[in-house]
Write a new protein. Structure first.
Length: 238
């Protein structure tokens, strides 16, 4: 008898490899992939709707295949699911890129796709309850905690900016002004992507050390730095 709560309610057929259970699992995994894909696409992230649907279906059928191999052919381990999850780990890792502003992009989407592949494989195994709870937790992590993460970041004494100066000899002027504001420069890197643009472009990491400045938000600090004559453009990273 199936041990999964939802499988128990549906009946033993839902945990077996048959047309009805396969159709149910396919419908569920597509629905979950559509929800996750819409959330990622709405926020203009790399992996969109179709990508996550294909990824999830592949992982689910790997789980179904492993159920068949284990129960019918008596294979001792889940080699299809393992291979698929490892493969997806490699694929999603390759979607993580650095922008021209030295900012990491695609990390959350990559991890979300990898997590969705595990959830889909669990559904393929017939673990409906665990898969649905895992998917709910995934969506809560993506949706409910984004504002909390932003709040924590804005309250931090550390932040990073993309800085474009009007001329290379303006760097010392900017550093002096930042120190007067109450900022400590932890790291400053010249961005080679803008080598022939006529601008001096840097990625700068700050620590807020001034007592009065700690009461200000990152946006207020950046707005103040943007008023300097030597600054062409700047924006917060992360």
């Amino acid at each position: 008898m199936p041990t999964d709560l939802i499988a128990n309610m549906l009946g033993s057929w839902s945990s077996e490899v048959n047309i009805a259970s396969t159709a149910l699992k396919t419908a569920l995994v597509i629905l979950m992939a559509v929800i996750l894909g819409c959330e990622r696409s709405r926020n203009r992230h790399a992996a969109g709707l179709r990508t996550l649907i294909v990824l999830s279906i592949g992982s689910m059928f790997a789980g179904i295949g492993d159920v068949y191999f284990i129960t019918v052919l008596h294979v001792g381990f889940s080699f299809l699911s393992s291979a698929v999850i490892i493969g997806i780990s490699i694929i999603t890792a390759n979607t993580i890129i650095f922008s021209s502003k030295n900012q990491i992009m695609g990390l959350t989407t990559s991890v979300g796709g990898w997590t969705m592949s595990i959830i889909s494989a669990m559904l393929g195994f017939g673990l409906y309850t665990a898969a649905l709870i895992g998917f709910a937790a995934l969506m809560i992590g993506l949706l409910a905690f984004s504002k909390m993460e932003m709040y924590i970041k804005n309250k931090s004494n550390h932040f990073e900016i993309h800085l474009e100066l009007k001329a290379r000899n303006s760097l010392q002027e900017f550093i002096s002004a930042a120190r007067e504001f109450g900022l400590k420069i932890d790291n400053l890197e010249l961005n080679p992507a803008y080598a022939n643009s006529g601008l001096s472009v840097y990625t700068v990491k700050f620590t807020v050390v001034g007592k009065e400045l700690r009461k200000k938000s990152h946006n207020e600090i950046i707005e103040a730095l943007g008023t300097l004559d030597c600054v062409y453009y700047l924006e917060k990273l992360g």
